[in-house]
Design a protein around this ligand. Structure first.
Ligand code: AMP
Ligand code: MG
Length: 472
């Protein structure tokens, strides 16, 4: 059986200046490392042989109905505006439309494009498998995200700071790859007709209920507020929250130097180039508001009455911190067994986090241990926890079954950075067993898995990964 994909490529029907039509650059010796058959079925993709899947998802073979292109976008990177970025090492093959669900199929690492600037257009195996594991784990945790459809080794070397490394391509899916930076690209050129087309495309595709740019802004802000609150609730640090890595759909995208926190420290930063902590854990709720303000700026251009629109849009953006706070309160309330946390519960949550920070407590394990009555052991000084525990237990008296609720709100198994690094080291030597193992365990993060206890362990001091390099 040959591979068939139900393509319907709405983005390719947008005007030419939205992209460059081009094929991926073929690779020498594609070899399928992993194929997400379950996701493929959901997308109406009929499977073929591994060799054919490897040819397609490395970019060597263009499947029937695909219209490959590289998308153009702009973006604020660490606060500075780049008017022209775009897919520098990626191609959108097209959109699979099945059971009324539309998903982009996007190859990353598929060769140079007109947007590559100094880059080689490629990716190496490490970040490809990293993205595969983390995005699938995020999905299993219930967090909106791009998903991994396939990983293919290219048989070609890629040169990075570390030296020569094995090349790979990841095929990922998303409800779209439209970013705040896509709007910014046309906004920077004062191309209002293009902004209008993009607005219509996005409304039809993601927000059919939105009838004007203000509605769209509010809908995107609601999704992003919920997304970032969810990140906070599992200790996720994106690492590069540039506006080109902020989706309009509200899905997590671009797993570069991201990571999950081990010890709770709200100032944790992972990206090696984030010297000022712009994208530190605790700053993510601020940054997303900043990013939405940039998005709002682009939409103002679509309003007939400029000045008045600025006022209205500004007021709207100013509501966002509260939206995030509300979502945050709901999620962190659930994490400590409170079903409907109110403003009054902010103090008890904040107090726990402060004690965790002072006590060097592990983020994931402490919350999980709350349900099991074992959290004190996570703190350097267990009495610090016990003081808090007395007040907390009082608060829980009105909750019917906080223990079960907490087990559902607090995952046990998370893709910790040191485990990901070990998995990559094995994969470089052709051993994909740790990769498969991680995928399997993290697909059920809330279930007890007695044979996976070792994956709960935080890193030993020598195993701590301090920074993740952008040399992806
Ligand atoms: P990122 O920080 O990964 O979101 O990427 C920012 C921009 O750099 C995007 O336009 C990417 O396509 C581009 N880029 C990143 N790595 C490469 C590479 N190896 N070759 C070409 N372009 C790249
Ligand atoms: Mg990016």
């Amino acid at each position: 059986m040959t591979v068939t994909i139900p393509f319907d490529n709405s983005y390719a029907r947008l005007p030419d200046r939205f992209y460059t039509r081009m094929k991926p650059t073929p690779v020498q010796k594609p070899e399928l490392l992993k194929f997400n058959a379950e996701l493929a079925s959901e997308m109406g993709i009929a499977h073929g042989k591994d060799e054919e899947l490897a040819e397609i998802f490395s970019g060597n073979l263009i499947p029937e109905g695909a219209e490959p292109l590289a998308q153009v976008y702009a973006g604020h990177q660490f606060g500075g505006f780049s008017p022209r970025l775009g897919d520098g090492r990626a191609n959108l093959l097209g959109e699979a439309l099945h059971a009324k669900i539309r998903r982009d199929i996007h190859l990353k690492g598929s060769g140079p494009t007109p947007y590559s600037r100094m880059g080689d257009g490629r990716a190496w195996l490490g970040p490809v498998l990293r993205e595969y594991v983390i995005s699938e784990a995020m999905h299993a945790l219930g967090i909106p995200t791009t998903r991994a459809l396939a990983a293919v080794a290219t048989g070609e070397p890629v040169y990075r700071e570390e030296g020569s490394l094995p090349g790979a391509v990841i095929a990922r899916t998303a409800s779209s790859h439209i970013r705040v930076g896509t709007f910014q690209y046309f906004w920077a050129r004062r191309d209002v007709p293009a902004l209008e087309s993009l607005f219509e495309h996005v409304v039809e595709r993601h927000y059919p209920q939105a009838s004007d740019p203000l509605d769209l802004l509010n809908a995107v802000m609601a999704n992003q507020a919920s997304l970032v609150a969810k990140w906070m609730s599992i200790g996720f640090i994106h690492g590069v929250m540039n506006t080109d890595n902020t989706t309009i759909s509200g899905e997590t995208i671009d797993y570069g130097p991201c990571a999950f926190m081990d010890k709770y420290d709200e100032r944790t930063v992972f990206s090696s180039i984030d010297h000022h902590g712009r994208y530190a854990y605790c700053n993510q709720p601020n940054v997303i508001v900043w990013n939405m303000a940039q998005f709002a700026s682009t939409l103002v251009a679509l309003m007939p009455n400029g000045d008045h629109a600025v006022e209205i849009f500004t007021k709207s953006v100013q509501t966002m911190p509260n939206l995030i706070k509300k979502e945050w309160l709901k999620l962190f309330g659930q994490k400590i067994g409170i079903s409907d946390a109110t403003e009054a519960d902010t103090a008890i949550i904040g107090d726990l986090l402060k004690r965790m920070q002072n006590g060097g407590a592990d983020f994931t394990n402490t919350f999980r241990a709350l349900a099991e009555g074992k959290a004190a052991g996570q703190f350097k000084n267990p009495d610090e926890f016990r003081e808090w525990e007395r007040i907390w237990r009082q608060r829980l008296k009105s909750e019917p079954d906080p223990e079960s609720a907490m087990l559902k709100a607090n995952p046990a198994y998370m893709p910790r950075n040191h485990r990901i690094e070990l998995m990559i080291q094995s994969a470089v030597y052709d051993d994909l067993k740790p990769f498969e193992r991680l995928l399997s365990v993290f697909s059920r993060p809330y279930e007890s898995q007695p044979d996976a206890e070792y994956l709960k362990l935080p890193p030993e001091p020598h195993e701590v990964v301090q920074r993740t390099f952008c040399g992806t």
